[in-house]
Design a protein around this ligand. Sequence first.
Ligand SMILES: Cc1cc2nc3c(=O)[nH]c(=O)nc-3n(C[C@H](O)[C@H](O)[C@H](O)COP(=O)(O)OP(=O)(O)OC[C@H]3O[C@@H](n4cnc5c(N)ncnc54)[C@H](O)[C@@H]3O)c2cc1C
Length: 380
Amino acid sequence: MRTAIIIGAGVGGLCTAIALQNNGIKTTVFEKAEMLGDVGAGLVLAANAVRSLRRMGLAEQAIAAGSKIMRTQIRTHTGDVLAETDMSNYEDLFGAPGIAIHRAALHKVLLGALPEGAVRLGAPCISVDQDPDGVTARFEDGSEARADFLIGADGVRSVIRRQLFPQVSLRYSGYTAWRGAVTSQDEAALGITSESWGRGYRFGIIRMDTERIYWFATANAQQGVTYPLHERKNMLLKIFGSWHHPIKHLLEATPAEAILHNDISDFAPMKQWSSGRITLLGDAAHATTPNMGQGACMAIESADVLGQCLVKNAAIEIAFQEYETRRKPRTAFITNQSWQIGRVAQMENPLACAMRNFAVNTFSNNMMTAQLSKVMGVEA
Ligand SMILES: Cc1cc2nc3c(=O)[nH]c(=O)nc-3n(C[C@H](O)[C@H](O)[C@H](O)COP(=O)(O)OP(=O)(O)OC[C@H]3O[C@@H](n4cnc5c(N)ncnc54)[C@H](O)[C@@H]3O)c2cc1C
């Protein structure tokens, strides 16, 4: 039986472990965190990712743990609807629904599909080595693990990528993001999946299930500015408190210490992801800004495809080459397109914003469905 090591138990690492295990490869995931508890706020998984989850036997559980997205809006900061897309027929169009789900709920579904002991927590990987017979991963506590091949699924700041391809550097998008999840009975919040655009600011509202709402906010900002936990909420209320209902209500209902903050960075599409018996997956290989809600979706698709390539090819290097050939064009398209969307959505100039809003308002529905078809309609 072939053996694999995966570094990182995020969505990408866990889905890869499931795809490999489903294909008869004994896999161990090493995760630096001591606990896999509350891993952030919500996540949108579009139809393309749900189809990949279906091939792994997990779609129905994920759909049941989240909620189907039926309608989405782009609005102004005062609440005027610029564009509305009816997604109720997307299941027929794209073969699966788009869903919103709490990250912890998705993790629970993924962990439930793995055998006991498949994930080792509190294991930060510091380096990897390979020889003609296999790979060795070295951990902070001095321990080592060995397998036939290794997958670095350790996120946008991947240690494995830095070791293999040190020339790749992150590029800061120019904006920063906050996220939160709240229980809300507010009808306006429960019924809507929307993104509201101001000048250099955005606020998104996504229903995750019948009670919980996930929200995100973005602002143009210098890189690396940190905000003490207790100040985050007041600062957000200052910026977004006067925006349309129920934004103020959602911010007020979120405990300050539960608000997550990240600068948004990606890197330009890489020419190569693999070196011998080691490859990269998820944000480690193809990080993207979150403007298309496709980062985790791409990680899930990549896991699905990598599993297929490893089953088809006994030689690891050939499997990795096929995986790269199949995945690089699609992930590069998402990274580049998402970067461009971010530039438009984060515009500050009043005239440019007025023109942008006019264009979105005029060309919305058909254009949106055509754009989404390129993403959701394509098989991984
Ligand atoms: C604001 C925001 C909103 C987003 N919204 C969406 C969305 O709606 N839909 C969507 O599809 N995507 C979304 N994304 C993108 C999505 O979060 C990422 O693409 C996804 O989490 C990538 O998964 P991953 O497993 O590759 O990496 P990660 O989720 O970063 O997981 C990497 C794991 O590796 C571990 N790790 C790191 N270093 C080491 C090490 N040295 N040793 C061991 N373990 C290590 C980490 O602790 C972590 O658990 C969003 C991103 C942001 C920032």
